[in-house]
Design a protein around this ligand. Structure first.
Ligand code: GLN
Length: 541
């Protein structure tokens, strides 16, 4: 019998529900249980693919090509899982399914309503994940904050699930902020009390409350939360600020949360085994070296836009005992004042991430040129890969005004062009080339040294690609495409053999990077940054 844990949030969004959900999963895994996680997003978009990363954070891509909420990335990283697009349930998906059924006549004769038709669809989708993933526990995180209008059908659905699945098979965890007042340094629980009240008004009594506070809450505050939340004191936990979020499962477990959950759900008591996880956290907390990386991007004002990339760089850092400091640099700054490019001198590496549209692209190209000409380690991802091709075309192959047709449709040298199957597509949602595709890696290259395999599978999200008309020119001028798709018509990895480390990929390695198992291209980049800094003649992989 599968058990269900539901995580809701109160007071504010971005309170750390995703990390608490992932941490609960980790605590259960450490006790030998099999888990999966579902993110419920009450927004009306069918998926996250059409949302601006600058407002909503990065779009996370699953193996099966889902464009999902970034919390799925946290679940995958914490739990070392490869989730499916079904693990992200949105209002858009649910309503679309209900309306399609109505049109087909599935509800013939009846009035279609939020309860039961929409709530049934929500429960059905959570149970489909439970069935298909063959686990002991399904974690379901409800996005947004309790009290949001759009979240109500989801809360009603999880309320009903207790009635249907039984008390001993369901658990409600409520995560809410406990702010500390600047002046008096007091920890204030009133907002949390209100959010618990709101939850109860809907019919959900939390079993566990996680107070999100910058510091560990004191026992007085804990008692107050328990009293007003109507739960025992040993059901209140505190997620306080830690140096790295990978510590969160450990600090919650120390407070007894893992044991409490197992007890409550009837799992046998067992000692948690964190093994590799603790080794990874220790490596993060005790670095021997440091490397400074300039991330030159368009969405540089919001770190969440690049969250998987940040984490992949950190995973790579931990593997080489290095603390990775990332500075976010707005690409447009270089366009406005070309002298600013000199600022890149103080970095050990230049990183150009994904992106869309023309804004900031010339600045990114300037950063790539700086890295290429000054032998500074460079990693380009997706748009970063395409812009590296453009830079090489212009400066090395002498193709003046070479560009991507995404940036300039009238370029005389469209070295990056729309993929043939993208022509004629007008609908924006879920129409890019998405998800994991096979890549053939060329032996005796940097790529092969890193991946140690001639066949890899990596996740994609793009519409444009290298224009094959220019392939010969590129190769003649020394650019090596060391990874191609199965029929060799799609360029996937590029490298420059005479450079310390100049590497870029059309795919996104960051989505497969895990604590203790860094992604090869990110590892190669950070190791090259470090080895160059340490004065080694070449990177030692
Ligand atoms: N805009 C480019 C494309 O669509 C790159 C996309 C990306 O960086 N994810 O091909």
């Amino acid at each position: 019998m599968v058990k269900y844990i539901f995580v809701t949030g109160g007071v504010l969004s971005s309170v750390g529900k995703g990390i608490v959900t992932s941490s609960i999963g980790k605590m259960l895994q450490a006790r030998g249980l099999k888990v999966t996680a579902v993110k419920v997003d009450p927004y009306v978009n069918v998926d996250a693919g059409t949302m601006n990363p600058y407002m909503h954070g990065e779009v996370y891509v699953t193996d099966d090509g889902g464009e999902t909420d970034l919390d799925l990335g946290w679940y995958e990283r914490f739990l070392d899982l490869n989730l499916k697009k079904d693990n992200n349930i949105t209002t858009g998906l649910v309503y679309r399914a209900v309306i399609e059924k109505e049109r087909k006549g599935d509800f013939l004769g009846r009035c279609v309503q939020i309860v039961p038709h929409v709530t049934n669809e929500i429960k059905h989708r959570i149970r489909v994940v439970a069935k298909s993933s063959n686990v002991d526990v399904v974690l379901t995180e409800v996005g947004g904050t309790v009290g949001d209008i759009e979240g109500l059908p989801f809360l009603e659905a999880i309320r009903q699930m207790r009635l249907e699945e039984g008390f001993e098979n369901t658990l409600y965890v409520h995560v809410a902020l406990v702010p500390i007042l600047d002046v008096t340094k007091e920890m204030k629980t009133k907002p949390l009390q209100h959010s618990v009240n709101e939850l109860r008004r809907i019919g959900i009594q939390p079993d566990i409350i996680v107070a999100r506070c910058s510091e560990m809450i004191d026992s007085e505050v804990l008692r107050k939360i328990a009293l007003f939340g109507t739960i025992p004191e040993n059901a209140v936990f505190c997620s306080y600020n830690v140096e790295t979020i990978y510590q969160v499962p450990l600090i919650l477990d120390e407070q007894g949360m893992g044991e409490f959950i197992c007890n409550r759900l009837g799992f046998p008591k067992s000692k948690p085994e964190y093994g590799q996880w603790k080794i990874f956290v220790d490596a993060l907390l005790n670095p021997k070296y440091d490397v400074k990386i300039a991330l030159v991007g368009k969405y540089a004002g919001l770190a969440d836009s690049y969250v998987s990339m940040n984490e992949a760089l950190r995973h790579a850092g931990a593997a080489c005992k290095a603390k990775v400091c990332i500075d976010y640099i707005k690409a447009e700054a270089f366009e406005k004042n070309p002298k600013e490019i000199e600022k890149l001198r103080k970095y050990d590496g230049v990183f150009v991430p994904y992106g869309f549209g023309p804004r900031g692209t010339e600045g990114k190209i300037m950063a790539i040129r700086f890295a290429r000409e000054n032998n500074v380690p460079f990693l380009g991802i997706c748009y970063g890969f395409q812009l590296a091709v453009i830079e090489f075309a212009r400066d090395v192959c002498g193709l003046k005004d070479a560009n991507s047709t995404e940036i300039n449709p009238d370029s005389p040298h469209p070295v990056i062009d729309l993929m043939p199957e993208q022509r004629g597509i007008e609908i924006k949602g879920a129409t890019m080339r998405l998800g994991a595709h096979k890549i053939v890696v060329k032996p005796c290259t940097m790529a092969y040294a890193l991946y140690k395999s001639e066949e890899i599978y990596e996740r994609h999200r793009h519409r444009f690609e290298v224009n094959l008309d220019y392939l010969e020119t590129f190769e003649k001028n020394g650019l090596v495409f060391s990874g191609k798709n199965a029929d060799a018509r799609r360029m996937e990895i590029l490298e420059l053999p005479n450079h310390y480390f100049f590497f870029a990929s059309q795919f996104h390695g960051e989505f497969k990077s895990r604590p203790g198992k860094p992604d090869p291209e990110y590892y190669g980049f950070v190791k090259a940054c470090l080895d160059k800094k340490l004065g080694k003649a070449e990177p030692e992989f």
